[in-house]
Ligand binder design. Structure first.
Ligand code: NAP
Length: 532
């Protein structure tokens, strides 16, 4: 039998986390291999090529901060970056730091087993390769495992069915086609206006109406960029002090709706609506905890939807009845306006659920709809899906699937008790998806790199979260989440979108206190971890 190829570190995934992790491991002089299922770098931005795909974090913030020359030199054309611009950027990073030579593309990790005797991880891939490493780092992404719903008759459809996160690289011809989009999350809200412009007909199948606010994309203002770049490090540092690790230049207002008259509330909300993007949700300081501020914001958006959408019945279908900002906020460029087009129809799946996919289209409880193409904008098995699809086994053969049968448990979102030397980047239990992901990723990667450096210089073979620290951490995440309105609706933060998934709030609200905790843990000799 061929002996396994040995590395100090194996990193799974060549997205934003994996690339930076590799860079950091090289800085420590370690041998590192990145294993990537895709044919190129980029992770999310490699896979999500649907029409209109764009990030909704401002370009000035959605980039690495670890290299001053890189952040000074790179120029983004618009307020929000498109998928292809981000992919170009990540390819540039891979080339600039010569990362590709340590990345194995088109290879999927199937299993990872901790060998207690050798104190190494054995990693198996779909091409049959056997690899071992002292450290295993899961840079598999929080939003990367597509959710393909099980609908009767799906395989019988005569045309193509494309998930937004597996969009064909060569593009899809939409002209003259009758297109169905299932889902109305961030991906759908971006894709729908673009598809509507190109297709002959578009029918949107909506399970939950979506709160969406205008993105107000525009070319970047060169003076603004010059101002930021004059002290980019300072800008980044200020963003890290915000709860969402972003937007320090447009912070949330410091008052709640309760402090204002009806007229003042409207004025403040209108100002924020004109700013567009995430700053809208900062009209009041407490939209995620105060029902009054939340309702004032929601009522304002309800009125906007009614004013934009011409047909009152369609406007009603598009108007959500749950707390705003409870599902992950969505930004759009002409989403509600799209329903005024004569070639666009909306089907409310609550009133008329899908019964089956037929060779010619989709059958609901009310009608047969004929299509040439079906788009699944049905989202992801978020935060745990990409980890649990791999058969990961720690001490005593304990499988991660068993350990997480009731929902994910870990310490700091970084390590699971019973799985020594295994780290997750932006895992559940960390701020991750409630922040600017770039910032969350850099913080995690840097913490893990420092931890590994510490272990090597102090001759520690293993690091492992203790069971007690893990139990306390999970309790803390629940306590923080339960004090917010994020638990007041059905959302993917709690796994509500996946049938049978345990209902557990997965990300941790609040970036600055989390960072403080991570730093305290280090200052106290990795408190809550066992080093041996
Ligand atoms: P998503 O937000 O989970 O939306 C999925 C949509 O599909 C929802 O409307 C959902 O309805 C619906 N759905 C799921 N299963 C269904 C079924 N069986 N039948 C009918 N409808 C079904 O997924 P996404 O839009 O891909 O976005 C996921 C996350 O990725 C976002 O929240 C965001 O964090 C990130 N993202 C960001 C950007 C950006 O930066 N601009 C763009 C895209 C995605 P329910 O709401 O009822 O579950």
């Amino acid at each position: 039998m061929k002996s396994a190829a040995k590395f100090d570190v194996i990193i799974v995934g060549a997205g934003i986390s994996g690339l930076y992790m590799l860079f950091q491991m090289r800085e420590l002089g370690l041998s590192a291999l990145v294993i990537e299922a895709g044919g190129g770098v980029g992770g999310t931005w490699y896979w999500n090529r649907y029409p209109g795909a764009r990030c909704d974090t401002d370009t000035i913030e959605y980039s690495y901060s670890f290299d001053e020359d890189l952040q000074q030199e790179w120029v983004w054309p618009e307020r929000y970056p498109t998928q292809s611009e981000i992919l170009n950027y990540l390819n540039h990073v891979a080339d600039r730091f010569d990362l590709r030579k340590d990345i194995r593309f088109n290879t999927r990790v199937e299993a990872a087993v901790f060998d207690e005797k050798a104190r190494r991880w054995q990693v198996g891939t779909d091409d049959g390769a056997a690899l071992t490493a002292r450290f295993l780092i899961m840079a598999t992404g929080s939003i990367s495992e597509p959710n393909i719903p099980k609908i009767d008759g799906m395989e019988s459809f005569r045309g193509p069915i494309h998930h937004t996160a597996r969009w064909p690289h060569e593009g899809v011809e939409l002209a003259g086609k009758r297109v169905a989009v299932i889902g109305t999350g961030s991906s759908a809200v971006q894709a729908i206006p673009v598809i509507a412009e190109q297709a002959a007909q578009l029918t949107v199948f909506q399970r939950s109406p979506q709160w969406s606010v205008p993105a107000h994309n525009r070319p970047v203002d060169p003076d603004f960029v010059a101002e930021i770049k004059a002290d980019y490090a300072g800008f980044r540092a200020r963003n890290r002090l915000e709860s969402g690790a972003q937007l320090s230049h447009i912070p949330a207002n410091d008052f709640s709706a309760a402090e204002l008259s009806e007229e003042e509330r409207r004025r403040v909300l209108e100002e924020r609506w004109q700013l567009g993007g995430f700053p809208f949700f900062g009209a009041f300081k407490d939209i995620t905890v105060s029902l009054e501020s939340n309702k004032a914001t929601a009522d304002f958006v309800r009125d906007k939807i009614r004013a934009i959408v011409n047909d009152p019945a369609v406007a009603e279908m598009l108007t959500p009845d749950y707390t705003i900002h409870c599902k992950r906020p969505v930004l759009d460029s002409g989403y509600f306006e799209t329903y005024n087009r004569p070639n666009v129809r909306l089907v409310d799946l609550r009133a008329t659920p899908i019964q089956a996919i037929r060779p010619s289209g989709i059958r609901t409880s009310e009608a047969e709809h004929e299509f040439d193409l079906i788009v699944l904008a049905t989202g992801f098995d978020n935060m745990t899906g990409a980890l649990l699809r791999i058969d990961i086994r720690g001490r005593g053969g304990l499988s991660l699937r068993e350990a997480w049968a009731e929902g994910p448990v870990n310490y700091l979102g970084l390590q699971v008790s019973g799985f020594p030397n295994l780290f997750t980047i932006t895992g559940p239990g960390s701020p991750s998806v409630l922040t600017n992901m770039m910032v969350a990723i850099e913080q995690h990667v840097e913490w893990v790199a420092e931890c590994i450096r510490f272990m090597i210089s102090n001759d520690h073979a293993l690091i492992e979260a203790t069971e007690e620290a893990q139990v306390a951490w999970v309790a803390r995440v629940n306590e923080v989440a339960n004090a917010t309105l994020w638990v007041s609706c059905h959302n993917w933060y709690q796994g509500d979108n996946i049938p049978g998934k345990p209902r557990v709030f997965m990300p941790l609200p609040g970036f600055p206190p989390y960072v403080e905790k991570c730093e305290d843990v280090v200052a106290n000799g990795y408190a809550g971890f066992l080093l041996s």
